[in-house]
Design a protein around this ligand. Structure first.
Ligand SMILES: [Zn+2]
Length: 245
């Protein structure tokens, strides 16, 4: 949403928690401005200065290379608009954010479905051990769907995350070395993930990508990396990728 405000002498896009507003009390603007449309003659440093941020923060938010020319009409994110919304329980954050975490190692976050109707981390762990995966559960995280005594949307932390070892969730060994694997329980070729699972995968991804890990890992569905159906046609992969682009 755009509007022209003579007082500011420029065109500014403002959103409040996803709601676009036509007019905003002046005092709120500094805190709530989430994006800015570049005008002719703008520089990153001037935009940063005017909006109380830094050039490096702008580059990070907008995925700009170190040498990058901005162009008029381009929209720049000023703040991490997703960051304020999502929450995972504090206790779980502490468990995920343990002192062994290799912040620079993880370059990708890969989402899977279990392709089973039910299950949980313990059940998949046993199944993977039976498949001679010596480290058991192939994923770093499992998000339950309310079956087998695990809560709908419950995030379970796998041993591979606690030990900070490679996943076993993709075929490619090099990819497993640098990819965090998140498995949502369910067969999303048959049905959608539950709303609570989606909330949890968003919250977990956001925590990992925006807070915990360095280098802002890129997000993928398994089928983006290898030829298969995972995480299923009913997982909203496009929206998920866009949200964490
Ligand atoms: Zn998969």
């Amino acid at each position: 949403m755009e509007f022209n405000r003579r007082e500011f002498g420029k065109v500014i896009g403002v959103t409040f928690g996803g709601l676009a507003l036509g007019t905003v009390p002046e005092g709120l603007l500094g805190a709530e401005l989430t994006s800015y449309r570049v005008k002719k003659g703008d520089t990153l440093s001037r935009i940063a200065r005017t909006h109380n941020t830094t050039v490096s923060k702008l580059k990070q938010l907008n995925g700009l290379a170190s040498v990058h020319r901005i162009r008029a009409g381009q929209r720049l994110k000023l703040t991490d608009s997703v960051a304020a919304s999502a929450e995972i329980p504090r206790k779980l954050r502490w468990q995920i954010d343990h002192k062994g975490v290799q912040h620079k190692r993880w370059k990708k976050i890969v989402v899977h479905h279990s392709a089973t109707d039910n299950g949980n981390a313990a059940i998949f762990n046993r199944a993977h051990l039976r498949r001679r995966m010596e480290n058991g559960l192939a994923y770093h995280f499992v998000i339950g769907n309310g079956t087998n005594g695990t809560g709908d949307g419950e995030i379970e932390i796998g041993q591979r995350w606690m030990r900070q070892i490679h996943g076993g969730h993709v075929r490619n060994l090099a990819l497993n070395e640098v990819s965090v694997g998140i498995c949502l329980v369910g067969n999303f070729e048959k049905r959608k993930p539950t709303a609570k699972q989606m909330t949890s995968v968003h919250n977990l991804t956001q925590f990992l990508q925006r807070e915990l890990l360095f280098n802002r890992p890129k997000v993928y569905g398994h089928k983006d990396l290898e030829q298969n159906l995972c995480p299923g046609k009913f997982f909203p992969l496009k929206a998920y990728r866009a949200r964490f682009a």
